[in-house]
Write a protein that binds this ligand. Structure first.
Ligand SMILES: [Zn+2]
Length: 126
């Protein structure tokens, strides 16, 4: 290896090192963002689970009192308030079903289980 070759090689390596150091920097920045995102999602998930639990028990209470009153009037009027709240969460793009509740619906995909919770019992209420 002559001097010229050596110099070229050193320059090339320096360039590579600079490039790698840039990549490491940007990766570490992305990693930080991912950590923050993941934390936010965990918080969001936690918050949504609490809301769903509240709505679910509210819905359960509503159903119980409806049974006690032996009237289906509120059902005939359409969605109950608890269902409307669940509907809003669903429309916001989150699952309300037991299987994946609190998770985002990718690309607004419809979920059979969520829809079943929203509309499932209406037919059988006759
Ligand atoms: Zn679902």
């Amino acid at each position: 290896m002559d001097k010229r070759e050596m110099t070229d090689k050193l320059l090339a390596m320096q360039e590579q090192l600079a490039q790698m150091s840039q990549e490491v920097e940007s990766l570490s920045r992305e990693w930080d963002e991912l950590l923050v995102n993941s934390h936010n999602l965990e918080m969001e998930n936690h918050y949504l689970r609490e809301r769903i639990n509240a709505y679910s028990s509210a819905y359960q209470d509503g159903q119980d009192s409806a049974n006690h009153n032996a009237t289906q009037a509120s059902h005939d009027l359409g969605l109950s308030k608890a269902r409307q709240n669940l509907m809003h969460i669903y429309e916001d793009g989150f699952h309300i079903c037991n299987i994946s509740y609190g998770q985002r619906r990718e690309n607004d995909e419809q979920c059979m289980f969520c829809l079943d919770i929203l509309y499932g019992n209406k037919e059988g209420d006759k």
